[in-house]
Design a protein around this ligand. Structure first.
Ligand code: ADP
Length: 599
């Protein structure tokens, strides 16, 4: 709606009344109606144009979003000849009326536009006309121009000082409104960014598979940034080349062709320099290497991990100048997340590979160990018969059945018997070790009390000779355990053998058996030499003896406890020792109770 007054003439409708019409009139209502900047500006231009009947009202703002910071952009226009296409018109700062106001921050009133040959107004005002442009200054730092409020008229000299006052006041109000709207938009944008990043983080952390992580990054970003294509190229450290490893919205042919050396093309340079690069229009970029001709603008950021570039992340569009500074910021943060996710997945993959290698190496070792065991078993087996022969012939000689012996011959033969006994014990221990692991599939109920007593009986003479007292501390009978009687008897035999052997100064040996709930527990304790803490695990290993001289002092081959351990493991039981050097040792064992099979 236009005023009744002739165009451009200051008249009653544009006169300031009383306290000033803008504070109470519809002109200021734009400020509260919405917080969206474009809507605010449209409401403002429409209200000003309507209220003051200007031929044309425009609001320009300094371009902050694009890389081109020395332009003002027409953000809203209202008036008879305003058409929507004019929005977005860019005017260089310093040139034309609006551009000059944007540069100087000074009001400019031009009575005759025809005297301004360089001015390329987006709104044609006719051959002659006048224009008034007022800077919109930042409210806090009022030296800084954020935009220009511009009015035009088809006639020359249409604007008065009154118009200057009005527009100046309106520009001040606009500044506050624009800043509020921008603040709101900025907050909103941050919120949107955070949402995108949060969703990206959630999405990419659902998998530890490298390819799945890469795919989920490109697809999430393509969707979030509403772009044509998104791709990740990773740097191959061997040949220093970037290769596309995942892409969304990109033809597969292009993915295969893409290979850039470090420093080559946009991505190659981003990877080399570690800084992002924006190409608003590939047609104007010299170093652009075309893989896909539909790309017009693209934004590439480095994927960096601890200052080491591992690849690049690119979004592209088939439109020129499709990305803003905000997009670049978002992509940079996304790239940080992506790089960490990629590294995690890679580490996981290499851990998996290592675990697999270890498992294979372990299987190999176990196989080699088994083969070695088998050889030892076979050799031992083969030794048994000749040893029996040696021993019986020597005993024949010693019995003097074959004739008298000199004292020297007798002494030598006794050494042969002694050494043969050691080898025989070794062979039978090796055989016992092998048998320890073999368990019958059905286990019988076995009384540990009965076995313990049997073993104690077997050692009583030896103990007495050594000045030792063996005490039994056990109930009349204990709940049965599931197992093999011969093997479990061997467990007590071996433990008692050690208790007697390693108690050189006599003392007491106590054997206990007790009900321990799910299991039956037994123990053999002595007051002998004891075992240092750091060796209480190793003594259960094959051929382990605490000190090399022990063999000479106490005899034995270091297999007794290994046999005990294997027998107990085959019974799903456990053995351990508690000991203090010089005070004695207690060996404990537990075995699960026998469960009658369900019929
Ligand atoms: P061996 O008794 O034939 O040497 P074992 O496997 O039975 O082999 O025992 C391994 C080592 O553990 C022994 O050589 C000894 O050093 C230590 N050991 C075992 N039982 C006792 C014990 N009751 N007191 C002190 N040391 C012991």
């Amino acid at each position: 709606m236009r005023d009744q007054l002739p165009l451009g003439q200051p008249g009653p409708a544009r006169t300031i009344h009383g306290n000033g019409i803008y504070s109470s009139s519809s002109v200021t209502r734009w400020a509260s109606a919405t917080l969206k900047l474009d809507q605010v500006l449209d409401a403002a231009t429409a209200a000003i144009q309507h209220r003051f009947s200007y031929f044309n009202v425009s609001i320009f703002l300094i371009d902050k979003m694009s890389s081109d910071e020395n332009k003002v952009v027409l953000r809203s226009v209202a008036g008879e000849r305003a058409v929507p296409i004019q929005r977005g018109y860019r005017q260089a700062i310093g040139s034309g009326i609006v551009g000059r106001v944007a540069e100087t921050g000074q009001i400019l009133l031009v009575d005759d536009i025809s005297q301004e040959p360089q001015d390329q107004s987006p709104v044609p005002t006719g051959p002659a006309g006048s224009e008034l442009a007022v800077p919109i200054m930042k409210t806090i730092n009022s030296e800084q121009v954020i935009g220009v409020l511009d009015v035009q008229d088809t006639e020359q000299g249409a604007f008065s000082q009154e118009d200057v006052k009005i527009l100046k006041a309106l520009a001040d109000q606009l500044a506050t409104t624009i800043e509020n709207a921008e603040l709101y938009e900025e907050t909103q944008r941050h919120l949107d960014e955070l949402t995108v990043l949060y969703q990206l983080a959630r999405q990419i952390n659902t998998s530890l598979n490298v390819q799945e992580v890469l795919d989920s990054i490109v697809w999430s970003l393509k969707q979030a940034m509403e772009c044509r294509g998104c791709s990740i190229a990773l740097l191959d450290p061997v040949d220093n080349a970037l290769e596309i490893r995942s892409a969304a919205g990109v033809e597969s042919k292009w993915k295969q062709d893409f290979k850039l050396r470090l420093g080559e093309g946009i991505a190659g340079r981003v990877a080399l320099e570690g800084t992002s690069s924006y190409v608003p229009d590939v047609l104007e970029a010299n170093e652009f290497i075309f893989f896909d001709t539909s790309v017009r603008s693209l934004l590439t950021v480095p994927l960096t991990l601890q200052q080491r570039v591992i690849g690049t992340l690119t979004v592209d569009s088939d439109q020129p100048d499709a990305f803003s500074a905000a997009d670049e910021r978002l992509l940079t943060i996304a790239a940080t997340q992506a790089a960490v996710a990629i590294e995690n997945a890679r580490l996981y993959a290499s851990l998996e590979q290592r675990a697999q290698n270890l498992a294979e190496a372990y299987a190999e070792l176990k196989k080699a160990d088994r083969i070695k065991d088998e050889i030892v078993q076979n050799v031992s087996h083969e030794l048994r018969t000749p040893l029996t022969f040696v021993k019986s012939y020597v005993e024949l000689l010693l019995d003097k059945d074959t004739g008298p012996l000199t004292a020297e011959q007798q002494a030598y033969l006794e050494i042969v018997v002694e050494k043969t006994n050691v080898v025989t014990q070794l062979v039978s221990n090796i055989m016992a070790l092998q048998r320890a692991e073999q368990m019958p599939s059905s286990r019988k109920p076995v009384s540990l009390t009965k076995l313990a007593r049997q073993a104690v009986r077997g050692y009583s003479t030896r103990a007495k000779k050594a000045g030792l007292i063996i005490t039994e501390n056990m109930p009349d009978d204990s709940p049965p355990v599931a197992g093999d009687e011969d093997k479990l008897l061997q467990v007590f035999d071996n433990l008692l053998d050690n208790a007697v052997k390693f108690s050189p100064d006599g003392g007491q040996i106590v054997v206990t058996v007790e009900d321990a709930g799910q299991t039956v527990q037994a123990s053999v304790s002595d007051q002998g030499i004891g075992i240092p803490k750091d060796q209480q695990e190793q003594i259960f290993e094959r051929f382990y003896q605490i000190d090399g001289s022990a063999r000479r002092r106490f005899g034995g081959v270091g297999l007794g406890l290994a046999i005990v351990k294997r027998i107990l493991e085959a019974h799903e039981g456990r053995v351990w020792v508690e000991s203090n050097p010089g005070q004695g040792s207690t060996f404990y064992l537990t075995i699960p109770k026998y469960q009658a099979p369900h019929i």
